[in-house]
Design a protein around this ligand. Structure first.
Ligand code: HEC
Ligand code: HEC
Ligand code: HEC
Ligand code: HEC
Ligand code: HEC
Ligand code: HEC
Ligand code: HEC
Ligand code: HEC
Ligand code: HEC
Length: 425
């Protein structure tokens, strides 16, 4: 009995939910007949069932809004489609700009739906590497549906959307890692494999840190073109502003630009950016500078001076930390010293950024407060440890005195006892 009503309820809920889904789909000739067409088609060609999840359906649009035709011609396929002048049928790549742009490039129309919606997608697209190549006849490029999908377009901030930050690298690499698609343009196909292993790729794809850039954060959404070499620091600089400000003021900036080396990219790469270590500055295998500079070049002295400054801060900080820990272990209050350690750690982090000035005096000045904090922590810890020793010694003398008194009192008591005994005798 209970079981039966349970199933009835589920059945009711199910038909109710399909009813809601269907009612969002405007019932017109196209939809009615294509539901039937779908029944005969394979799963992946069931357009209407895909289309149900499209945001355009929820806004009340239907097939004819993109494909044209006559949605009132219920019984006649020919009248609805083939004989109607507005009918587009399968929408070719070049036609998409017009079809999607009909609404998306029309500010008056779009503002009915949202006051701050952008209407520059098509104009931006035409300036992009994709748009230019399409005009030159490369049919393999991305158009609207390559990135957003079709018959199931989702809002861009939906985590399932192909243009959602975490999904972007896969969306772009569908083509950019495919040699047959990229053959005509002669572009390399290694961007994704390099990106995947980079600091940015690992942060976004492995740890879901959407603050890390996906392909479009560096290349743009609709104006996708390789960033101009002179723009690279602007692109990296949107997120790494301190590095950008320092490097732009450095004399290396002008040299790199005049030689066409790029800026950040010359040392860090673009898709394969590795996690920097201090060894980048050491004049050994991992040196960032060695691929471009001989041993006799002033770059060596400069890089090594940065390396030594950072190394001294690092070892100094480690030494100070150990001493402070020892004092803490012995029960001393070290909160002030922990502040010193913190300041020194900050100075170390800043120094790693400050090297982008490529100016020795600037780096040394920035590191100086770090060395002062290290010194303060070491002196403080030493004093605490001395105090421990002092207290230990004090305690020893104190207990000696006490023992002396105890013994003396013992003697005294004995003496009294004896005196009393002899008096009573
Ligand atoms: C009475 C049925 C019927 C109606 C009404 C109808 N269609 Fe079709 N449509 C079909 C059939 C059948 C096909 C061919 C299916 C196939 O080849 O798989 C088709 C094909 C299409 C195609 C693919 C064209 C191509 O060249 O392959 C599009 C796009 C399309 N219809 C859109 C529409 C739109 C938009 C409307 C409404 C204005 C509409 N249809 C109305 C039955 C209909
Ligand atoms: C937002 C615009 C838009 C709407 C609305 C839309 N389509 Fe399409 N449709 C397209 C585009 C763009 C293509 C070409 C897809 C491609 O090449 O990737 C296409 C392709 C097609 C095709 C041929 C290719 C295929 O996938 O089999 C058919 C059939 C079709 N649409 C039918 C429909 C029907 C039926 C509806 C309504 C239920 C509909 N479309 C609603 C944009 C739209
Ligand atoms: C190369 C991939 C790509 C192509 C091609 C592309 N888009 Fe986009 N689109 C994106 C990305 C990425 C976003 C932004 C997602 C975000 O903000 O998180 C976006 C955002 C949008 C938005 C939201 C508003 C905005 O501008 O940010 C609309 C609307 C849109 N695209 C429509 C289109 C239309 C129409 C076309 C064809 C002219 C098109 N897109 C072509 C990738 C693409
Ligand atoms: C009949 C008009 C119309 C057509 C044609 C149309 N769109 Fe839209 N589209 C809209 C409206 C209206 C919105 C909702 C805007 C809003 O509320 O932010 C929208 C939203 C979108 C969004 C989500 C934007 C966001 O901010 O999340 C994307 C992506 C999109 N459309 C892509 C396309 C693509 C791709 C095509 C062509 C295949 C297309 N649209 C064709 C009217 C249209
Ligand atoms: C449908 C396949 C496809 C998709 C998806 C795609 N692209 Fe492309 N893209 C191409 C092709 C093909 C070219 C080569 C155009 C040419 O001939 O120069 C290209 C060119 C480019 C260029 C210009 C390179 C140059 O040096 O000229 C950039 C940058 C680019 N794509 C970035 C992206 C980004 C970022 C995404 C994802 C948001 C993306 N693409 C998605 C196919 C695609
Ligand atoms: C951190 C920024 C950044 C990210 C993230 C990024 N790129 Fe690039 N990309 C660049 C720079 C910089 C260049 C080189 C520009 C130059 O030298 O003019 C470039 C060049 C390109 C080119 C031109 C051909 C080449 O390899 O030099 C393509 C295509 C490309 N990127 C696609 C992608 C794709 C696809 C993704 C995502 C998987 C991606 N990029 C992620 C910064 C980035
Ligand atoms: C959209 C913001 C954004 C852009 C654009 C960007 N980055 Fe990053 N970058 C990040 C974030 C977030 C991290 C931290 C990733 C992590 O958690 O490991 C990072 C990490 C790094 C690191 C490693 C730092 C460290 O201490 O481990 C380097 C080096 C780096 N980026 C260089 C670049 C360069 C060069 C460019 C331009 C070609 C660039 N970034 C563009 C956000 C960005
Ligand atoms: C001439 C080579 C060179 C150039 C140009 C360069 N860097 Fe660096 N960068 C380095 C070296 C070397 C390190 C490692 C420092 C360390 O960890 O000791 C580094 C470290 C970093 C770090 C991690 C340390 C920190 O500051 O958090 C980031 C982020 C970074 N660079 C971003 C950039 C950006 C953004 C640009 C462009 C504005 C840029 N770099 C230009 C050589 C360079
Ligand atoms: C992509 C190649 C490249 C890389 C990597 C590189 N440099 Fe250079 N650097 C140059 C070029 C080119 C010049 C100008 C010609 C010259 O002086 O040799 C230059 C010049 C210099 C100069 C002399 C500036 C002047 O006043 O004349 C210094 C100092 C320097 N680099 C330091 C470094 C340091 C430190 C690193 C590593 C952190 C580094 N460079 C990495 C290419 C590079």
């Amino acid at each position: 009995m209970i079981k039966r009503s349970y199933w009835l309820l589920i059945g009711l809920l199910f038909s109710f939910s399909t009813l809601i889904a269907d009612s969002t789909l405007k019932k017109d000739a196209c939809v009615s007949c294509h539901i039937e067409v779908d029944e005969e088609n394979d799963d992946e060609d069931k357009i209407v069932s895909y289309y149900k999840s499209d945001l355009h359906v929820k806004l009340g649009f239907s097939c004819a809004d993109c494909h044209g035709g006559d949605p009132e011609a219920y019984d006649d396929e020919d009248e609805a489609m083939w004989e109607n002048d507005t009918f587009i049928g399968v929408i070719e790549k070049e036609e998409q700009l017009e079809v999607c742009g009909k609404c998306h490039s029309n500010p008056v129309f779009m503002r009915q739906y949202s006051t701050d919606i952008k209407v520059d997608q098509v104009t931006q697209y035409l300036t992009s590497g994709h748009g230019i190549a399409l005009e030159n006849g490369n049919e393999n490029v991305a158009v609207c549906s390559s990135c957003h999908g079709v018959h199931g377009i989702l809002p861009v901030d939906d985590p399932r959307a192909p243009v959602y930050a975490k999904n972007i690298p896969k969306t772009c690499s569908k083509c950019h890692s495919d040699e047959t698609v990229m053959f005509e343009s002669g572009l390399p196909t290694n961007q994704f494999t390099e990106y995947e292993m980079s600091v940015h790729g690992m942060a976004l794809l492995d740890r879901g840190d959407i603050g890390a850039p996906a392909c479009n954060d560096c290349h743009g959404n609709h104006g996708a073109s390789p960033p101009y070499v002179s723009n690279v620091d602007q692109i990296c600089g949107t997120c790494h502003s301190n590095n950008k400000d320092l490097f732009q003021k450095s004399h290396l900036n002008d040299i790199f630009l005049s030689k066409g080396l790029g800026q950040c990219e010359a040392c860090h790469g673009n898709h394969d950016i590795a996690k920097p270590t201090d060894e980048f500055l050491n004049w050994a295998d991992e040196s960032t500078c060695k691929p471009c500079h001989e041993d006799s070049h002033p770059a060596k002295a400069l890089a090594l001076s940065f390396y030594q400054t950072i190394d001294s801060l690092k070892t100094g900080l480690e030494h100070a930390r150990k001493m402070v820990e020892k004092a803490e272990h012995k029960g001393m209050i070290v909160s002030n010293l922990l502040f010193d350690l913190d300041d020194a750690k900050k100075a170390l982090i800043h120094t790693r950024t400050n090297i982008h000035s490529f100016n020795k005096a600037f780096v040394d000045t920035g590191a100086a407060p770090g060395f002062q904090s290290i010194q303060a922590a070491i002196i403080g810890a030493k004093e605490s440890l001395e105090e421990v020793e002092y207290r230990k010694k004090g305690l020893f003398i104190f207990s000696l005195i006490i023992t002396f008194f105890v013994i003396a009192i013992g003697f005294k008591i004995n003496e009294w006892k004896k005196q009393r005994e002899s008096a009573s005798n």
